[in-house]
Design a protein around this ligand. Sequence first.
Ligand code: S3P
Length: 205
Amino acid sequence: MLSCDKTTMKTYYKDNKDAIRAHLDRPIVLIGLMGAGKSRIGRMLAEALDLPFCDSDDEVEKAAGMSIPDIFECYGESAFRDGEKKVIRRLIEDGIQVIATGGGAIMSSETAALIKDRALSVWIRADIPVILERTARTDKRPLLRVDNPEAVLRALAEKRYPVYAKADITVDSGNGEAEDVLNRALKGLADYLSRAEAERSKDEH
Ligand code: S3P
């Protein structure tokens, strides 16, 4: 268990931050179901690593000049998916930063391939009851404006989890402190990048 003592936390941050920043050559892309905490953790991760942060949902809304529920209502989900695909391509091409994606983004095979080739993917995994509780607090997700959001979330989980599971790193978000999730993400990234670096130098010798 990590200590919450501020000095320990800072050292822990710093060690992982240095290890990550030394080897990071691609954007970090957060994937996972709605309400798993991608935006919150993404923002914290970006701050801890001194990197810019971007949220693909926000960027789609900016580009369209309307909210996601309005895009769904006026133009339909497929128009939203087209916009989402273009926005994510642009964000990945923008260079090293932390990108939180909408939960369905990686279901596009084109986006999935782009993320695999050009980014480091992190699955923020949360339990359905936690997600249900969080998503019930807002009305901004058109796919959950139904009588039984739990059934929708469970169906999405069944379809998407095998795709999310291909992420480079998986971080359990649980129901605890965001700070703990952040630390698990930093540790996961540092370990992944050190392993990749060790393999690269082994191949070179
Ligand atoms: C969606 C997730 C949402 C948003 C849209 C569709 C999905 O983003 O892109 O409502 O298909 O799972 P968040 O995962 O950020 O809530």
